[in-house]
Design a binder for this molecule. Structure first.
Ligand code: R2B
Length: 303
């Protein structure tokens, strides 16, 4: 990792300066779990849920809104003892900026102690998605993120170079989540599957309800969906490849693991539009958050 003598984490509104005490940055030295989700309100609800369920006094001293991030205006971030609950917006670019700055924040916060640096840090993204051959209202735990051409590995540009990074999710972390779900029976069934990380919501995910006429026909789309399903794809979203590849980098000074658990809002084999009522969608999201909060409370007791 490269870092400067002074690093302003612009989108989080936090600054680290070499040689200074950096007391504000050190407030984050105990962080072990980072919960991520697109919507600010969802991440606030999750933080409140954790505040109520993690032992006050033992594990945390109340919910703390990271006001510097709120003021910076891009993300909201709450700290509940060793857990952060953070909104990431939509799509890979927004998530990528957040991951870079969160990882640097934790690195600066922990770097004075070898023990702290060696502690594994877990990222769990809780999102919504379009499912593939899975009923709306079910959860999909991503095993691996594919590019829309169905190749594995995140492919992106760095300057004029096309680079690729592995995009499988951490098998041990997935197994822990699956074991927990078997024991605790979440309200929504959990499926394992591969995830296509698309660059947009409409044509990038094979929809016909975008503003422009699609470049593919109904039958081409059907063939693509069937091929993807046979390969083990169970959902589309817009962030998984970024998260998996970020946590797979061998050159990370922190030991990072990642998982993505999403609730399906529409089975793309059946249609394009999200037509369930807002109250139904909210109740699915609440069930996802409840499950995540139970899982985190259990995991925190074991660290
Ligand atoms: C799922 O939901 C958002 C689009 O509606 C996007 O962030 C995603 O991956």
């Amino acid at each position: 990792m490269e870092f400067n003598k002074r690093d302003f984490l612009y989108h989080l509104g936090l600054e680290w300066i070499e040689g200074k005490t950096n007391a504000r940055i050190r407030d984050f030295s105990d962080v072990r779990y980072i919960l991520l989700g697109g919507k600010p309100r969802r991440m606030k609800n999750l933080a409140r849920n954790l505040e109520a369920n993690l032992e006050l006094g033992q594990i945390h001293s109340g919910i703390q809104e990271v006001e510097e991030a709120t003021k910076a205006g891009r993300y909201v971030m709450y700290k509940i003892g060793p857990v952060l609950s953070v909104s990431h917006g939509m799509g890979r670019p927004s998530l990528s900026i957040l991951l870079e700055e969160l990882a640097k924040l934790l690195f600066y916060a922990k770097k004075h102690s070898k023990d702290l640096l060696a502690q594994p840090v877990y990222f769990l993204r809780l999102g919504t998605c379009g499912s593939l051959g899975v009923k709306p209202g079910n959860l999909i735990l991503s095993t691996e993120a594919l590019m829309p051409d169905l190749n594995t590995g995140l492919t992106k540009y760095e300057l004029d170079q096309k680079v690729s990074y592995p995009s499988t999710f951490c098998p041990n972390f997935l197994q822990e989540i699956l074991n927990f779900s078997k024991k605790n029976k979440p309200l929504l069934p959990v499926h394992k599957g591969k995830t296509i990380t698309a660059d947009d919501f409409y044509q990038g995910q094979g929809r016909f309800d975008g503003y422009f006429k699609s470049s593919y026909s109904e039958s081409e789309r059907q063939t693509f969906f069937e091929k993807a399903y046979k390969l083990g794809v169970r959902n589309f979203e817009m962030e998984a490849a970024e998260l998996a590849s970020f946590c797979n980098r061998p050159d990370s000074p922190l030991s990072l693991s990642a998982a993505t658990l999403c609730v399906g809002l529409v089975d793309r084999m059946q249609g394009d539009q999200v037509t369930n009522s807002l109250s139904e969608i909210n109740s699915w999201e609440q069930s996802l958050l409840k499950f995540a909060s139970q899982y985190i409370c259990d995991a925190i007791k074991r660290i």
